[in-house]
Design a protein around this ligand. Sequence first.
Ligand code: TYD
Ligand code: MG
Length: 453
Amino acid sequence: MKQPKTRFYCTECGNETPKWAGRCPACGAWNTVVECPETRGKGGGRTSVRVTERPRACPMTELQDSVEIRFSTGMGELDRVLGGGAVKGSLVLVGGAPGIGKSTLMLQICGRLCEFAKVLYVSGEESQHQLKLRAQRLRVERENLLVLSETGLEEMLEAVGQERPDVLIVDSIQTLYHDTVDSPAGSVSQVKDCTMALMRLAKESGITVFVIGHVNKEGSIAGPKVLEHMVDCVLYFEGDRHTFFRILRAAKNRFGATNEIGVFEMGDGGLTEVENPSRMLLSGRPEEAPGTCVACVMEGARPVLAEVQALVVTSAGGQPRRTSNGFDYNRAVMLLAVLEKRGGLKLSSCDAYLNIIGGLQLDEPAADLAAVVALASSYLDKPVPGDLAAIGEVGLTGELRSVSQLSQRISEVRRLGFKRCVVPAHRGLEGDSELRLLPVRNIGEAIRAALQG
Ligand code: TYD
Ligand code: MG
């Protein structure tokens, strides 16, 4: 008899290798390659309904027009991230750190979904009693909302077959267990196998499936990363657990764009949607304090204002420290070098810290200028006026470059009540009585314009 084959997976990126390695050849992470015995058959998840017809390739022109059927989840911010509502028969993976609010979000959408659909919420994390308490708290108790506390995949699929829900929510993929796979719940082969079965269920029965998956920083358990390629849509729920703000972001979407974000606030009654993220991100901003400047970035189609904070202090000696939080590290280091060489600030003997408030990740060059101004403001110990924002990309010669959708960004700055905005000069834009534009050509001019007011 043939020996069952063994495969190896990286728990970090999901890469499969025939041999064990101390370092994953795909992502380069150390000690993340784990062994997992191959399951019987291929692909696993053979429990759902099987297609009996023979497969046949078909000319594209003969395919019937199929329009994806979308429905609103009742939460505008979630609909936005999904690309305009959830698609019938799709599988959406909702990932995030434990305790960030994934279960809360999913249970909350049940309340609205139940108005027109039958929803089954399967939890392997909480008992029915706990779910009841949580549903009471979130005020989502409905007759159409069925709950099941179960970790067995087969049992769950049986319940699905009996109840025939329109929407299935699985909380979480790490607690789901399939008997035919000989490894513990939460292992790579278990989560892959169970996801495959759920994917098949969604496609064959038209049930919309939401699957919750925990990610942890160490990547020690099989997280949503290894499932990304299988599912239709991957959403990440992010935010600092110590603040109230939560950001939902699409990492993959077969039915829409991935650049939209949804913003929520966690409160006593669960999550509430934040329709004006700029206002939220700027709340509590210290005015007239050195080392902070407001930037404007595009999150999908929406301009969002964010506060960039910098702290520059004399280094205690040795290699100066540089850290950045919410801002690309390499970009921050580059901006520091440009400030040193072209702005004349002696930063090489200073430690520099850059931080974006509110858990936002600024990965757009348009935020360069605000970072440069914040750094200079901290170094010179001069505050940036509270009614001033800065938009622009900084080049290696210290020149300022224009950015896309500048007029949209400027409108957002105006809407939020700012009076002055530093912008790249080479652009035929004009300010008005409400918002004065300060056109600058390089970082030297920008620092002077921003810190002299
Ligand atoms: P939860 O949805 O259980 O997180 P996850 O499923 O991602 O692990 O949410 C956990 C946190 O949210 C918990 O620490 C308490 C907080 N919370 C509130 O602040 N208000 C609420 O109404 C609820 C339900 C939870
Ligand atoms: Mg949970």
